[in-house]
Design a protein around this ligand. Structure first.
Ligand code: FPP
Length: 251
């Protein structure tokens, strides 16, 4: 059992969600799809299909309760190492979601963006992403960031490269480089850092997710596998977050 589950058994803690004090930005590592499928004797791809349904439900719930930003880890820079069949299945699920999103972003007032290196994706997927990002640009409800071909180190390396070019061209003085300057060159430029990062499936590691942005994030780990993740589990994570004492290096 995860520590967090024990934490919830502590009856001195409040367990309800204070809807007036929600984190602005929640990020989720959608982990455990493969194990969920294995437990049922299904192919791993069935786990990803179930996981993509969970993503839809959780995004809808976040929009309904007034979360401003939801970032999800859909495919890492390391996930290309998986069997081609599995990679193709995940890309297929993303295409399916993008087709639906073309209408749903307007209907549900959702802004949809993708963080990660898009050049490695199929031209079709790149075009669909571009279309939906543009179409949803002015939406004012939940802002969903799908991290796709995303790696935290890769993101930072790209920012360093672009800053080095600006220095070499004489456009900037290295003395002007500060934390904001770097933040402005990440995929997340303009998005507040996630206050709460959730990892289901019992794994307790960061796995190259939002390395820069997570400097002061609160983590929540649960044994629930991503396809089984519900709005109730999200409420538990938010309630745990609301019980934390965030000091940002102060006392
Ligand atoms: C990690 O679980 C999950 C992934 C690498 C893929 C996540 C993709 C989706 C949920 C589907 C597409 C997303 C959208 C936004 C429509 P794992 O396979 O590593 O699980 P395991 O650790 O149990 O093997």
């Amino acid at each position: 059992m995860c520590e967090e589950m024990v934490f919830f058994k502590n009856k001195n803690r409040k367990t309800g969600v204070d809807k007036n004090n929600l984190p602005e930005h929640i990020a989720i590592i959608m982990d455990g799809n493969g194990r969920w499928a294995k437990k049922r004797g299904l192919p791993r791809t069935a786990g990803h299909a179930a996981g993509s349904e969970t993503f839809r439900k959780i995004a809808t719930y976040c929009n309904d309760i007034g979360i401003k930003y939801l970032s999800v880890y859909a495919f890492s820079t390391e996930n290309w190492k998986r069997p081609k069949e599995e990679v193709d299945a995940i890309m297929g699920l993303l295409e399916k979601y993008l087709i639906e999103a073309y209408d749903s972003v307007i209907k549900d007032n959702i802004r949809l963006t993708f963080w990660g290196e898009k050049a490695a994706l199929s031209e079709k997927l790149q075009a669909m992403i571009h279309e939906v990002e543009e179409r949803s640009r002015e939406m004012t409800g939940l802002h969903v960031n799908v991290c796709l071909n995303y790696g935290g180190r890769d993101e930072i390396a790209r920012a360093v490269k672009s800053i080095a070019k600006e220095v070499i061209s004489g456009k900037i003085n290295p003395e002007t480089i500060d934390e904001t300057f770097i933040s402005d060159r990440l995929y997340s430029a303009g998005t507040p850092d996630p206050e709460l990062i959730i990892r289901p499936s019992g794994e307790i590691r960061v796995s190259n997710f939002l390395l820069w942005q997570s400097a002061y994030s609160e983590y929540y780990f649960t044994d629930v596998l991503w396809p089984d993740f519900t709005s109730k589990v999200l409420d538990e994570a938010i309630a745990a977050f609301q019980n934390r004492n965030r000091r940002f290096g102060g006392v």
